[in-house]
Design a protein around this ligand. Structure first.
Ligand code: 16G
Ligand code: MG
Length: 543
């Protein structure tokens, strides 16, 4: 490592005094103007990680659903996964090192992680449409270059597309071609194949309205829609030509406000969906004939997909294990439906894609979704091989068809990470094949009324949790207080956890009626405020 060159370059990307940031569930995220040094240093770190893994590493510049003024960065590991936890720590150390300590911290990481500095390094870079993203990705490139790394800048990409590129490059093209064209081809071919049967029956064209959050999803979907236009026609809204990124639109807005985004015309019973700012989340919704809004969230997506998969799996007669992974935010009705009606095992992990992804890898077929719309289905290599073999070999027509169908499903799901575009195509294929309307899908089960609130506290780390965030172990007395409150309501449940992306504590409550869910959420918020050092205004009842 040419540490003198690093020091010189770093001075051009100087760290503001006293600023400390943490590599959280989704990398670093803050106001864009504070990120110059972080980007440069993540370029450095990506080179070390690439040398250590002898693989291509990805760097994505985005702040997802956060406001346009924010930005962020995360690293993508060789198989398209989130960065390994020990490297998250290195990332935090490196980002927070004062200027004069930077060379030492860099050397330190190299030693701790046993990086062979003579190894070549290759980094691929993608960015979202934020005004700050282009300049910030140049800072990443400066970091990569000063350590002698090679790079390819893909420019504008959705987050899942960058994961896909990394995965393709590290599997010598076996997973797909590491180009945007390769991505479009792979997904659309699988979609068209999968839906062939549905459209022979004369169902005609299907239309879907997509709110693109004024983000990168709009650009990519506009390019891609011609590839699958025989099977599905998508109408884009909030495509970035007028509105502001994520402002009053996008998956996060729709899910948390439980109302439609601005800028989309919804006729009754029309199927609509929203992406978030970097297109790794998707949420569906519709207005019924009475004008009432219905949200069809990540939990219902998981329910639709798992029930769809069960049939062909049964048909091929091979005992591949199927498991569903959720978080504590999954609606209680969805868990009950999956376990009791669908009879599939359900597991709960901590919030954050990496936790769900990790758990899902334990199954032959792991379906994972967060209620907020992040998710995908992972097929183990063994399951994939088995299915591909059966699709070729099986004599019986019905069985072979089932195996072929599963083969297309494997190709259609982005195996590297949750992907709004890929998930959308899977969902649309399933609805077409099953002849289901969005209302029929929504009717799989009825969500329990729920409410999420935020509480400001002096230090959110005074709360620590266990049991996949469903129980608070600290501060003392908080869990007992929650237990007492929960007892007062029917079909109720509540938990609290420190947010990984904002300086607040999140409260979740569900109960038999909206009024009760609201009231329980308020009472739990008050308990947090009192027992965990609340600051500012006390929580107020009513919403
Ligand atoms: C991040 C996570 C998301 C999680 C959310 C929780 C990834 C790619 N994203 O956006 O999965 O639901 O954080 O935010 O892992 P919170 O900790 O503020 O509730
Ligand atoms: Mg996102």
């Amino acid at each position: 490592m040419d540490l003198d060159a690093v020091t010189k370059q770093s001075a051009l990307h100087a760290k503001p005094d006293g600023l400390t940031l943490q590599y959280g569930t989704a990398g670093f995220r803050t106001k864009a103007e504070h990120l110059d040094h972080v980007m440069f240093r993540m370029g450095l770190l990506a080179v070390l990680r690439s040398k250590q893994t002898k693989s291509t590493i990805g760097v994505m510049v985005t702040a997802s659903h956060n406001p346009e003024e924010d930005n962020g960065v995360k690293l993508v590991d060789p198989l398209g996964e989130m960065l390994a936890p020990s490297w998250e720590e290195h990332a935090t150390c490196l980002a927070n090192a004062e200027e004069q300590d930077l060379p030492r911290v860099l050397v330190d990481i190299g030693e701790k992680a046993a990086v062979n500095l003579h190894q070549d390094a290759f980094v691929v870079i993608g960015r979202d449409t934020r005004p700050s993203s282009e300049k910030l990705s140049q800072c990443v490139i400066d970091g990569v270059t000063v350590l002698g790394g090679q790079f390819h800048d893909y420019g504008l990409l959705t987050t899942p597309q960058l994961h896909y590129m990394v995965y393709c490059r590290n599997t010598s093209g076996q997973y797909g071609k590491a180009t945007i064209e390769g991505y479009y081809q792979k997904l659309s071919t699988a979609f068209v194949e999968l839906t062939k049967q549905a459209f022979c029956s004369g169902d005609g064209q299907r239309t879907l309205k997509v709110d693109c959050a004024n983000g990168i999803g709009a650009l990519k979907l506009r390019e891609m829609k011609h590839y699958f236009s025989q099977g599905l026609s998508v109408q884009l809204f909030n495509d970035g030509t007028k509105g502001k990124l994520n402002h009053l639109c996008g998956a996060d807005f729709v899910k948390s406000h439980q109302k439609p985004p601005q800028g989309i015309e919804m006729k009754s019973n029309e199927r609509c969906c929203s992406f978030d700012g970097d297109a790794d989340r998707i949420i569906y919704y519709y207005h019924d004939a009475d004008g009432q809004f219905h949200l069809v969230d990540g939990d219902k997506i998981a329910a639709l997909i798992s029930s769809f998969l069960k049939e062909p799996l049964l048909e091929i007669g091979d005992s591949l294990s199927l498991g569903v992974v959720q978080t504590a935010y999954a609606n209680g009705s969805s868990t009950r439906y999956l376990e009791e009606v669908m009879k599939v095992p359900v597991y709960c992990t901590k919030t954050g894609v990496k936790h769900l992804h990790h758990k899902a890898q334990e199954f032959d077929i792991g379906v994972y979704f967060e209620a907020n719309g992040h998710g995908t289905v992972l097929f183990s290599k063994a399951a994939e091989m088995k299915i591909k073999q059966l699709a070729k070999e099986l004599e019986e027509d019905k069985k072979r068809k089932a195996a072929k169908m599963l083969e297309n499903v494997i190709d259609l799901f982005n195996q590297a990470t949750g992907d709004a575009i890929s998930d959308m195509l899977v969902i649309e294929a399933i609805l077409a094949l099953k002849g289901l309307t969005v209302q029929q899908w929504d009717a799989l089960y009825t969500d329990l009324p729920n409410r999420q609130l935020k509480v400001k506290v002096a230090d959110r780390q005074v709360i620590s949790t266990t049991d996949a965030e469903r129980q608070a172990v600290k501060p003392p007395g908080l869990q007992e207080a929650i237990n007492e409150l929960v007892k007062k309501y029917r079909l109720s449940r509540a938990f609290v956890r420190p947010s990984g992306t904002e300086d607040i504590v999140r409260v979740y409550a569900e109960a038999d009626s909206q009024e009760n869910a609201d009231s329980l959420a308020y009472e739990v918020s008050l308990a947090v405020f009192q027992l965990a050092g609340g600051i500012g205004e006390r929580p107020q009842p009513g919403f």
